[in-house]
Design a protein around this ligand. Structure first.
Ligand code: PMP
Ligand code: GLN
Length: 383
């Protein structure tokens, strides 16, 4: 986690956001919206502060939010989750992931199987927990895993199969047969499934299917999500994890010494958000899908090959035809060349697989339409 001179290396997201600030470029790198979420949710946080929700909340989270999460899982997915024993609130999905790995990994003999490319905190959390990371590649154009490679990666040493669906950075939504194979392998090798579903409400073609809804899965699955993406409140850092009570107790044991508790005025506000009408959730996915269309059309016009996403904040494009076979170098030059910041996919892969992803770039679509239009008009200089 340290760079060669012993300093803490900034994450790729922080580095690229700094490049955008320095050059005045449009930041399609780090994934955060440039507009606020629903007014009811913002107002509920203001009201909570005014009403004194400013001290430590209960360790598992406030009962109202725990109930709202349980209701949400039943309403959208038919999942039954006990709000008192099977859920804890965390400081974003990030803390849920790290606390889960720290709680469940015993040492380097324990392996975590993860798809690659992966969100950067996965490898860091596995390293903090002392686990061995075993990766299964997702390949363009559809970024679905090869089921034989997946089966070969999961063994009796596998403690956790960690998935992210919809997937950052590729935009993949895993097919049902992929989810079913993950459940089969977890049962066969007695592994725990940890699923990061922060983009659950941002799937464009079909409603999201939590892996915990597959037969046999719920008893061995920890489901993680977050308010950040759903309610455009990435800075609030309200996340949660639910699953079997004994596993949740293990995660809580770690969480109480990481942050103890978090976000007291934001917790009631997110409870309000989770109870909003279907029209809010459907509208958010439709608006983002439209933004991906604008971004994708602009990238195509600029000469990129676009790999349209099925969900999430990001569109992946291949820059090879534009002379961007080394996308990392291409992205480093992009702020000065075109006034746009984006992130090479190599930022999400291990050193040994860099070559396989070298021409691919991730662009964030979670920006206002006029910002996306300005960005794609700037990118036209690349042609
Ligand atoms: N998982 C994925 C796949 C993400 O993209 C992100 C952040 N964008 C997170 C986890 C972190 O979520 P949070 O901000 O709630 O910690
Ligand atoms: N998840 C966001 C992304 O992928 C960034 C979050 C972060 O900066 N850690 O861009």
């Amino acid at each position: 986690l340290l760079s060669s001179d012993g300093a803490v290396a900034p994450t790729i997201f922080a580095e690229m956001s700094a490049a955008a600030a320095r050059t005045g470029a449009i930041n399609l790198g780090q994934g955060f919206p440039d507009e606020d979420g629903p007014a009811e949710v913002l107002e509920a946080a203001r009201a909570a502060i005014a009403n004194g929700a400013n001290q430590y909340p209960p360790g598992r989270g406030i009962p109202d939010l725990l109930s709202a999460i349980s209701e949400h899982q039943r309403r959208f997915y038919g999942l039954q989750v006990d709000p008192e024993r099977e859920i804890i609130v965390t400081a974003g999905a990030t803390e849920a992931l790290t606390a889960t790995l720290l709680a469940l990994i015993d040492g380097a003999d324990d392996e975590v199987v993860v798809f690659e490319p992966y969100y950067d905190s996965y490898a860091a959390a596995a390293a903090l927990a002392g686990a061995t990371l075993r990766t299964v590649p997702l390949r363009a154009p559809d970024f679905q895993p090869d089921l034989e490679q997946l089966a070969a990666a999961v063994t009796d040493r596998t403690r956790i199969i960690l998935i992210n669906d919809p997937h950052n950075p590729t935009g993949a939504v895993f097919r049902r047969e992929v989810l079913a194979e993950i459940v089969r392998l977890a049962e066969k090798h007695d592994a725990i499934i940890v699923t990061d579903e922060v983009y659950e409400h941002l799937a464009f073609h079909a409603p999201h299917t939590p892996i915990a809804t597959l037969p046999g899965a719920a008893a061995r699955t920890l489901t993680i999500s977050s308010a950040g993406k759903t309610f455009s409140a990435t800075g609030w850092k309200i996340g949660w994890v639910h699953g079997p009570a004994d596993l949740i107790t293990a995660v809580l044991t770690v969480k109480q010494y990481l942050t103890y508790v978090n976000g007291s005025p934001f917790q009631p506000a997110i409870a309000v958000g989770l109870r909003l009408d279907d029209s809010f959730f459907d509208g958010a996915a439709a608006v983002l899908a439209r933004k991906h269309e604008i971004l994708g059309a602009g990238l195509r016009a600029a000469g990129f090959d676009v790999l349209a996403p099925e969900g999430g904040y990001f569109t992946v494009a291949d820059a090879t035809a534009l002379g961007g076979a080394d996308a990392a170098a291409f992205c480093r030059a992009l702020p000065d060349r075109a006034g746009v910041v984006a992130i090479p996919l190599t930022a999400f892969v291990s050193d040994v697989r860099r070559g396989e992803y070298s021409g691919l770039i991730r662009f964030a679509a979670c920006k206002r339409v006029e910002v996306l239009e300005e960005a794609v008009s700037r990118l036209a200089v690349l042609r």
